[in-house]
Design a protein around this ligand. Structure first.
Ligand code: NAD
Ligand code: UGA
Length: 461
């Protein structure tokens, strides 16, 4: 049902993990706005228009269905949609640069800049351009220079509205955010643009949760929020190593610490390491920016968060090889989970990639199982084609295996019949729990040698 009095036309460039769900929620919550999501990736757009969406997120399909064809549209047509839009969200990828100056640290802003140039080229009227992607602090300055260098007399007002959703809970996070942050310039047009973005979110987010700031603070808040979250994981993971040496239990330590309200109990789960497309990229970006401003000590401090994460992944792999009599060559090893966290099929920067590669280099026979991420796992391990088995049923994956390594905290892995699984495995059998989701005592009683993360191991030898 299309309404003749839709006042505002919103467009989003980039139909990825952020652009797709964010615009679906805006469209579902704001039937008075027309929302068009544009991407250069044709197959992705086709999938957004189909029954089989390009990403898995609980509640996403229902949200898309509510608005698609009504006031939510997915297309590859950029020019006319740019021309018609009042507000353009830009949510393209900003990965770590892999070449030239800043390679391995700085953000690669080429997709971002291409988008800005396309906006200038196709626009015929003033527009608000919203930074939705995560960007280095002061990117808005460059964006404004490119946009406002036009000779058509068009004014582009750049606003920063970073996204804080987490994958696996994207829809819940968007519907009930801790806060919505909008950064703008302290000028008349800046304040007006900020008001326009506030109006969108005010459809469903309460006033006190919509906060405004200057544009640089908004850009930097996003990088810093990710750095702090990741820093908590590296902190707890560093202590997990000490727990393994001292018979302390990381869950008990985290519980005791987390009950202090000043510390809080979130993001204190020790693990095989954090993954995902953003934590590492955003911290390295922060490190690069600090180095750029000559803040060497600050850069070194944040770099250590990534270093500890790499250490944790490596430690997990080393423990596997060490306790399995210093060799895994020819041994079948089932990896339970390949996604970087539960409830997503995303495997970007998943610790599972590192663990799988290292095991394959040791000539292990790697079997990967995951309820949502097998397609991505196949792509990630493509160079090892033929050496890896992909199995959807975890019990089948474990059949004939020497070891199971739990790498993603899928709930269903805690509910498997491990007594049965044990019978089908090679003995002695090992379980390495990189997520601490299993009942370790019970597994030990069944006959397994159990190696949790940050807890005493339970062995039969
Ligand atoms: P993504 O790779 O899933 O999606 C980006 C999309 O942009 C791709 O589909 C790509 O084809 C498209 N694109 C690139 N250049 C384009 C162009 N010139 N024109 C049209 N489309 C173009 O990335 P993502 O995970 O959605 O992340 C996007 C941004 O949001 C990043 O800056 C990221 O740091 C940030 N972010 C991501 C998350 C997350 O959970 N994934 C959360 C918060 C913020
Ligand atoms: C993270 C942030 O939580 C979001 O706020 C942010 O918007 C997003 O990055 C982004 O900018 O991309 P996401 O990476 O999707 O979201 O998922 P998280 O829940 O943060 O988990 C990241 C990684 O840390 C996962 O591998 C997870 O398993 C791991 N983790 C998380 C732990 O090892 N321990 C914990 O206690 C929490």
């Amino acid at each position: 049902m299309s309404s003749p009095n839709r006042q505002k036309k919103i467009m989003c460039i980039g139909a990825g993990y952020v652009g797709g769900p964010t615009m679906a929620v805006i469209a579902a919550q704001c039937p008075d706005y027309r929302v068009t999501v544009v991407d250069i990736n044709e197959s992705r757009v086709r999938a957004w228009n189909s029954e089989s969406l390009p990403i898995y997120e609980p509640g996403l399909h229902e949200t898309v269905k509510k608005a698609r064809g009504r006031n939510l549209f997915f297309t590859t047509e950029l020019d006319s949609n740019i021309r018609d839009a009042d507000i353009i969200f830009v949510s393209v990828n900003t990965p770590t640069k892999t070449f030239g100056e800043g390679a391995g640290k700085a953000a690669d802003l080429q997709y971002w800049e291409q988008t800005a140039r396309k906006i200038v080229e196709a626009s015929e009227s003033d527009k608000i351009v919203v930074e939705k992607s995560t960007l280095p602090v002061r990117t808005a300055r460059a964006m404004e220079r490119i946009l406002n260098a036009n000779e058509k007399g068009i004014h582009f007002e750049v606003v920063s509205n970073p996204e804080f959703l987490a994958e696996g809970t994207a829809i819940a996070d968007l519907l009930n955010p801790d806060r919505v942050l909008i950064g703008s310039h302290d000028t008349d047009s800046g304040r007006r643009a900020c008001g326009e973005i506030v109006d969108i979110f005010a459809h469903w987010v309460s006033e006190e949760k919509i906060i405004t700031s200057n544009i640089w603070s908004a850009e930097l808040s996003k990088l810093t929020a990710n750095a702090f979250l990741a820093q908590r994981i590296s902190s707890i993971n560093s202590i997990s190593a000490l727990c393994e040496k001292t018979e302390a239990d990381i869950s008990q330590v985290a519980c005791a610490m987390g009950m202090d309200k000043r510390i809080g109990n979130k993001f204190l789960k020790a693990s095989v390491g954090f993954g995902g497309s953003c934590f590492k990229k955003d911290i390295l970006n922060l490190v690069y920016i600090c180095e750029h401003y000559g803040l060497v000590e600050v850069a070194r401090y944040w770099r250590s968060v990534v270093d500890i994460n790499e250490y944790q992944e490596h430690r997990f792999f080393q423990t596997m090889v060490r306790v399995m009599f210093n060799t895994v060559a020819g041994k079948r090893i089932a990896l339970f989970g390949f996604a970087f966290k539960a409830d997503t099929g995303d495997t970007r920067e998943s610790p599972a990639i590192y663990i799988a590669r290292r095991l394959l280099e040791e000539n292990a026979v790697v079997v990967v199982t995951d309820p949502r991420a097998l397609d991505n796992a196949r792509k990630d391990l493509a160079p090892y084609n033929g050496a890896v088995e992909y199995v959807s049923d975890p019990c089948t994956a474990a059949k004939g295996a020497h070891a199971i390594a739990v790498l993603t905290e899928w709930e269903e892995y805690a509910r498997l019949d491990y007594a049965k699984i044990y019978q089908t495995m090679v003995h002695p059998s090992f379980i390495f729990d990189g997520r601490n989701i299993l009942d370790h005592r019970r597994l030990h009683a069944l006959g397994f040698n159990v190696f949790p993360t940050g807890k005493p191991s339970l062995k039969h030898f």
